[in-house]
Ligand binder design. Structure first.
Ligand code: ADP
Ligand code: GLC
Length: 488
């Protein structure tokens, strides 16, 4: 089967979060099962810095707008994606006035004003390029930035004899980001006004890209079973729950996998020493190296090192950390944080570090090497998310023997289990409140004081297998199903 992936991120070229990891790892897993995958990624400035002059595959595609055309080049990004088996092809969608900018989606002061046009253009370019470079058996589009592809296929491209029978699968990685734009976007993207209704693209007087994708995709997947249930409720659906309930027969939760060629303490090039579940000694060296990187060399072996690697977004539950910070700092812990995002949380963590310089340190920024060092060197990984569609860091943590403390939501609930007296693979709290988080951290600290129990817990997590093979099979089943349905 030939699958075209449309997504706004792909590691290592363009990454703000887990979407990039998934888009880099699922295609090689599909390829290993005999499928052909083509990925289209915008040629952002950050990509151009890494791949300065890729070969031009298509010199000029015409992308029409109401009173002008834009012109897009398709560039050859090569075949080296993740642990690629050879039949994944990456292309870049080059349109400098849209993508040669400092950020992917915006700057520190806000989103780019023309994101509807940027990602509308991107979707159309993927369709046009696919018609020339190879019409797939199925399009697989990710999140709001690519969701309009599903809408376009079934509206402006409706009469295209080549695309008619090609189905489209939409994966929702985060229903908190929907792509809301003013009504005139319908005209900008040359979409028929009769789609601007509440049962189609409209929500609250705006055009909603993700909603459009939900309405027009042949099947919808999301990144854990629990989140697939949650988004059908008012609490987690962000206004889309009604539409998602209507499509519940076509909504499937598939837990993300992990690319163990990238995240594995036995081979990771970013960490100070290698280790495995059977030979844990190297983890101590990684801990020393991590404390060194954060300038916290004085921390004793008895102290529990707590790690965080995250986008600083409201979704991630850091307001709970803020509320327990005074109590937490009384415990025998060292808290090491890497992240970037909302200024409020950047300032909170910076403030905490200046108040407790012996116990807390933060690096504000994006740094893949440090992210790996935290996974390897910390004792405990914190993810108190308000909601979490899947969450990859807790799964990486399991592999690195870094015991996760998580809130029971979305993929965190599906991957972490806590049993009496530390018999699980981590610690989990339910209610979204600071006391429950603090209690869960204290339970973790108590088990850590019993070395044999702690070691057994680390090893249980390290031995679990979350590789992409099984999820890739589940995606293939979805592709086969939509291909069958559309052939009818
Ligand atoms: P989300 O996609 O919501 O951000 P995930 O847990 O699925 O959450 O994935 C986050 C990914 O982004 C992980 O690979 C993590 O290591 C990475 N990441 C997040 N913030 C940073 C950062 N500041 N520096 C380096 N990597 C980061
Ligand atoms: C989103 C979610 C995260 C998920 C990732 C990859 O960014 O917030 O939970 O792991 O996508 O699917």
């Amino acid at each position: 089967m030939h699958i075209v992936f449309a997504a706004s991120e792909c590691a290592p070229y363009a990454k703000t979060g887990g979407l990039a990891d998934v888009v880099a790892a699922l295609p090689p897993a599909l390829s290993a099962q005999g499928h052909r995958v083509t990925i289209f990624l915008p040629y952002y400035r950050q990509v151009a810095r890494q791949v300065p002059e890729p070969p031009v595959v298509l010199p000029s595609l015409t992308i029409p707008f109401p009173s002008y055309n834009r012109f897009v080049r398709i560039l050859d990004g090569g075949k080296e994606i993740g642990s690629n088996q050879g039949s994944v092809q990456l292309y870049f969608v080059d349109c400098p006035e849209m993508f040669d900018r400092e950020g992917f989606y915006g700057t520190a002061t806000g989103d780019y004003w023309d994101n509807a046009e940027r990602f509308g253009l991107y979707c159309r370019a993927v369709i046009e390029a696919s018609k020339i470079l190879g019409v797939p058996d199925v399009f697989h589009v990710h999140d709001w930035q690519a969701a309009m592809l599903a809408v376009m296929l079934r509206s402006t491209y409706f009469f295209d004899p080549v695309l008619r029978s090609v189905p489209c699968v939409l994966s929702i990685h985060n229903a908190g980001y929907q792509g809301w734009f003013p009504p005139r976007t319908m005209e900008t993207l040359l979409l028929p006004w009769d789609m601007f209704t509440l049962d189609k693209l409209e929500s609250y007087d705006n055009v909603n890209f993700l909603k459009g994708g939900i309405v027009y995709a042949d099947a919808i997947t999301t990144v854990s079973r629990k989140y697939a249930e949650e988004i059908q409720t008012a609490e987690f659906g962000n206004g889309l729950d009604d539409m998602l309930r209507k499509r519940s027969g076509d909504l499937i939760g598939i837990l993300n996998g992990v690319d163990y060629s990238e995240w594995n303490p036995a081979t990771d090039p970013h960490i100070a020493a290698h280790y495995t579940a059977a030979k844990l000694a190297g983890k101590k060296e990684c801990r020393r190296d991590l404390l060194h990187a954060f300038d916290m060399k004085e921390v004793s072996d008895a102290t529990a090192v707590l790690g965080i690697v995250s986008r600083f977004a409201t979704q991630k539950g850091f307001d709970l950390i803020e509320q327990i910070s005074a109590d937490l700092m009384q415990e025998d812990v060292a808290l090491l944080v890497l992240g970037t995002g909302e200024p409020y949380f950047e300032n909170f963590f910076r403030g905490l570090a200046s108040r407790y310089p012996q116990k807390m340190s933060v690096k504000v920024g994006y740094d893949n090497g440090i992210a790996h060092k935290i996974e390897a060197g910390a004792d405990i990984f914190l993810m108190p998310s308000r909601y979490e569609p899947c969450g990859l860091n807790q799964i990486y943590s399991l592999k690195y023997g870094t015991v996760p403390v998580v809130r029971a939501t979305g993929g965190l609930d599906d991957t972490i289990y806590e049993e009496h007296e530390g018999q699980g693979n981590g610690f989990k709290f339910h209610g979204y409140n600071p006391q429950d988080l603090l209690d869960a951290i204290r339970r973790a600290l108590a088990v850590r004081r019993v070395p044999a129990q702690w070691k057994a817990m680390m090893q249980r997590g390290m031995k679990q297998d979350f590789s992409w093979e099984q999820p890739a099979r589940e995606y293939v089943q979805v592709y086969e199903r939509v291909v069958r349905q559309r052939a009818w």
